[in-house]
Design a protein around this ligand. Sequence first.
Ligand code: SAM
Length: 255
Amino acid sequence: GVEGELFLLKDQKGRAFLVRLREGGVFHHHRGAVPHEAIRQAGPGGRVQTHLGEALSVHRPTLEEYVLHMRRSATPTYPKDASAMVTLLDLSPGMRVLEAGTGSGGLTLFLARAVGKEGRVESYERRPQHLAQAQGNVRAFWQVENVRFHPLALEEAELEPEGFHGVALDLMEPWKVLAKAAEALMPDRFLVAYLPNITQVLELVQRAEGLPLRLDRVLEVSWREWEVRLPVAHPRFQQVGHTAFLVAFRKWKDS
Ligand code: SAM
């Protein structure tokens, strides 16, 4: 049946809509309606038309598309930043990653894909509503059972010392969990924090003093989209502006 399958529809203006198919369901666009059954028949890479003649392309959502369009409680880590965090954390299949806070589960999905089915993401979120949203979001996109959701502030977690290949933090006051997270990190591995404000970056760097963490780098990911519709080709007039700073620390070995 059509039940449950996840699609992304794109209209003529490039606007995207996530659709989860239901038996007898109908997708409503402001330029007309399409039965879910027609979407299923068109399939990924196909096209459908609304009853008012708007053409829509039919896709499986990419991870980036999914995170930008999924339901959110907290603002997800922007995909360009989440993918950079995977690189900074140097994640590979089979690794164990610690994450807080889970938020809407956007970053969780990037981490879960990077460590694969033999790996593990242990994700902590102190707000139950956010955690419920994140669990729903993650399970709707990613069927692999490699994420464990913990309804706890990271401060309250019981963590195996040096049990993690990486730590990813997207929360307002990461300095409050820094000592704990550092202890859970394996030597020579990375802790990466996502911080919208430079004042947070400075506070975090200062609070890392005395911990077995060496500041490795602070960076922003700039991602400039171009409009290419020949003969037009120029940077888009509307761009995503500032998202956040990424701060990476590397753990010293004891002694
Ligand atoms: N990275 C997430 C995503 O991609 O969807 C978004 C994270 S959101 C900006 C920050 C989350 O951290 C909030 O849901 C908040 O409740 C949670 N949080 C804040 N402090 C926390 C703590 N000490 N332990 C666990 N979660 C915390």
